[in-house]
Design a protein around this ligand. Structure first.
Ligand code: HH2
Length: 274
């Protein structure tokens, strides 16, 4: 196995908490504040480097949520975690209003699956907040993105999109060192024809020169490769995807199963640097 450069050997883990009734794998499990706080404590104890709090599902067909309803879901949890832990927190939202409320409550990273395209003031809000941002690739809109995604060369197109969004964000005043890129596995991509080549070509996204966040946890491409594996039965495939990301040099993986992901990455890293 090739030895990864020192700067890319320590892959961080972002634990996911969805305070939603309908997220594709953990919907309804943490939409009660008490259950969400317990889950946050658990993910921190399991070794999460960051936590990502979401109040709206992005799965195809998920019901849209108003900004106020989203704020009511995520802000109490962000406040509660902030009161007892210094772990960096992000908010998974497309809405500038929600990002503003989350940052005021103690989050420092805006994870936007639309790469700051959802609303006219998304870019200006990110610049004014001075927060870190995740710019993620998605073809189409969450509701319809899986209808008929098309690419000539998925890796080249995703890389070009992310490079362009980083330029646009910097031109709007977002500092270069606050930008993360994410290829958006499962967002407007055919389960195998697009997600697998994109995962195989992750090094070309890493080569853009920004830290890369990768979300493969429990996603449907795993169920396509391993038929019959339901969303809560995809741990092995999720870890395989995380390790493929680590080998390509991603900086962080987004995971529901933090304990197992941290362990897999630690062993991979120990082997890679032996
Ligand atoms: N995937 C999901 C949600 N947010 N954000 C980034 N940056 N990258 C991802 O791959 C990503 C993301 C989908 O997973 P989940 O949050 O579990 O489900 P849902 O959107 O249904 O709440």
């Amino acid at each position: 196995m090739s030895r990864p450069p020192a700067a890319t050997r320590t892959v961080k883990v972002m634990g996911v908490i969805n305070v939603t009734p309908d997220s594709f794998s953990d919907g309804g499990r943490f939409d009660d504040l008490g259950a969400a706080i317990l889950q946050a404590r658990r993910l921190i104890a399991e070794g999460a480097d960051r936590l990502d709090v979401g109040g709206e599902s992005t799965r195809p067909g998920a019901a849209p949520v108003s900004a106020q309803a989203e704020i009511d879901r995520v802000v109490p949890l962000i406040r509660a975690i902030r009161a007892e832990s210094g772990i960096p927190l992000s908010v998974d939202t497309m809405k500038p209003e929600v990002a503003r409320a989350a940052m005021a409550a103690g989050a420092t990273l805006w994870n936007d699956v639309t790469a700051l395209r959802h609303e006219a003031d998304s870019l200006g809000t990110a610049a004014a907040l001075g927060c870190e941002v995740v710019l993620m690739h998605m073809q189409g809109e969450p509701l319809t993105m899986q209808a008929e995604p098309r690419y000539e060369d998925v890796v080249a197109e995703v890389a070009a999109f992310l490079a362009d969004r980083a330029e646009v964000a910097m031109a709007a005043g977002v500092a270069r060192e606050r930008i993360w890129l994410d290829p958006g596995i499962g967002f407007g991509k055919h389960r195998t024809r697009h997600n697998l080549p994109l995962l195989a070509g992750l090094d070309r996204i890493v080569a853009l020169g920004f830290p890369v966040l990768l979300g493969v946890s429990r996603k449907s491409f795993i169920g396509a490769v391993a038929p019959g594996a339901a969303a809560d039965d995809r741990l092995g495939g999720s870890i395989a995807g995380a390790l493929a990301g680590a080998a390509a040099g991603v900086a962080m993986v987004r995971a529901h199963d933090v304990r197992e992901t941290v362990q897999a990455l630690a062993v991979w890293q120990a082997i890679a640097s032996a």
